[in-house]
Write a new protein. Structure first.
Length: 477
């Protein structure tokens, strides 16, 4: 084994891998891998794309770690050399280290705790009872940091308050911090990022991220096992408590009662509390008023739907992190087409990369259109007003700023009216909202524009041809 070169070591790894997975999976995910070098017990393998690397990490990490350590020894590890995905023929490899599964920088230090009157140790609900020392895992997700949380108008207040808390947990007016918003807008990301930033600045702080559903189940177990005092005492030891999806407590009176007790203790002792919810405090049904009033003690910051600029920034950040380069028109198309939330934007990009990588196709605007067509249909999404305006302006070779201006030039007025017409026809937006997107026009102007477009289409063949062309582009046919 010591005398083996990188080719020999990788061949030995493949022999074991082949016996543990299907022939098709081996052919798809392991046959294309090329061993590059072995140095300091680190085996470097080259994979065709970042998507390929992520798939291996997600589906075969345990198998890979096992075979590499078997061949190299307990100190053996793996690095990936990834071919840069771009439109250029000469691909540039870059290297990604195999991430450690336990991120030491966000782990909590062991906690010393008092014994109760029965000389039994307080039980950590996250671990099997009976251990003599309590190690409280932070449960933070290391990929969710403040650095990769893109700032925009949609989240500026929440992000800024997160920075303030990270610098002085429990010592700002933002306690508790309640982050609320619809699904996929980054609540979990920001809550984790605050915890990670605190651990980086103050490693001795005991930070705990827990989903509200997990908290409720732990409490139920504590009632069954008659260990509710241990449960409460455990949570009272936390320096920074992050509860995700607090709306899950709605209707659970006993869970709310115990959380009320824990909340009061932490708050009175200057500990930081961060909560997330899919609704603003005033809209949370089934919650006790005394708990809601405490939610309002600090700051309630909402995350709204990202604007176009933020959506483009999210795509660029994702591309940079993945080492990929996409054509500008593809990036714009994705940003204009997927306008609901950040999770779906990233999902659309991942789907596009997967299709291109697995089918060995170049990433083009046409491929993006085919993917978004299926993606939009599958998620029952509508085309956005912004995208309609972009397509219309591109068609008539006008800058989009002109469409939103006050100018009365005939060609601009016509493009503006067509944009209003398709916005009314293809979206669920109100007339007032459509008008607001077109330079602050009122609903009557939008109605007049739609009637004008219909009348012209019936009398002007050239104009009708414009509409048909544009409708094909907008429906991705």
């Amino acid at each position: 084994m010591i005398n083996k070169d990188h080719d020999g070591i990788w061949q030995s790894c493949l022999e074991v891998i082949k016996d543990n997975i299907s022939a098709q999976a081996f052919k798809t995910w392991f046959a294309p891998i090329v061993p590059v070098k072995i140095e300091n017990n680190i085996l470097t393998i080259q994979v065709p794309s970042h998507f390929f690397y992520e798939w291996l990490e997600e589906n075969y990490i345990n198998l890979l770690s096992r075979v590499v350590k078997k061949e190299i020894g307990s100190e053996g590890s793996l690095e990936y050399s990834i071919l840069m995905e771009s439109n250029h023929k000469n691909a540039v490899p870059y290297t990604v280290k195999l991430p450690t599964q336990n991120n030491n920088s966000i782990r909590n230090v062991p906690v010393s705790i008092p014994l109760n009157h029965d000389e039994k140790q307080i039980r950590n609900p996250f671990i099997i009872p009976g251990l003599k020392k309590i190690n409280i895992e932070s449960n933070l997700m290391p990929q969710f940091t403040l650095d990769n949380f893109i700032e925009g108008e949609c989240n500026r207040l929440a992000r800024a308050s997160g920075y303030a808390i990270a610098n002085k947990p429990g010592g700002t007016a933002f306690n508790p911090l309640l982050i609320y918003g619809a699904v996929g807008l980054g609540k979990t990301h920001l809550a984790n990022a605050i915890g990670i930033a605190i651990k980086e600045k103050q490693p001795n702080k005991i930070v705990l991220y827990v989903q509200s559903e997990k908290f409720a189940h732990q409490f139920i177990d504590a009632i069954k096992n008659q260990t509710t005092n241990d449960f409460v005492h455990f949570y009272q030891m936390i320096d920074v408590l992050i509860i995700d999806d607090v709306q899950f407590f709605a209707g659970k009176e006993k869970t709310q009662d115990v959380f009320f007790s824990i909340f009061n203790h932490l708050h009175q002792n200057g500990k930081q509390i961060v909560l997330t919810s899919d609704k603003a405090p005033v809209e949370l049904q089934g919650m006790e008023q005394r708990l809601l009033s405490r939610f309002k003690w600090g700051l309630s910051a909402d995350l709204s739907v990202p604007d176009l600029e933020t959506r483009i920034a999210v795509l660029h950040k994702k591309m940079h992190g993945s080492g990929i380069e996409l054509p500008k028109d593809v990036v714009e198309y994705l940003a204009y087409s997927i306008n609901t939330n950040i999770r779906e934007i990233e999902g659309a990009l991942n789907t596009l990369l997967a299709q291109a990588s697995l089918n060995k196709k170049a990433i083009t605007l046409e491929l993006a259109k085919q993917m978004v067509d299926k993606f939009v249909k599958n998620t029952a999404r509508e085309v956005s007003i912004e995208y309609i305006q972009k397509v219309v302006c591109d068609y008539f070779d006008l800058p989009i700023e002109m469409l939103k201006s006050k100018t009365r030039k005939r060609e601009v007025v016509q493009a503006r009216q067509i944009s209003m017409y398709f916005s009314k026809k293809m979206t669920k937006s109100s007339l007032a909202n459509i008008g607001a997107h077109c330079g602050g026009k009122d609903h009557a102007t939008v109605l007049h524009a739609c009637r004008t477009v219909v009348n012209l289409s019936e009398t002007d063949k050239q104009f009708k041809a414009y509409l048909e062309d544009l409708e094909k582009k907008l429906t991705l046919q």
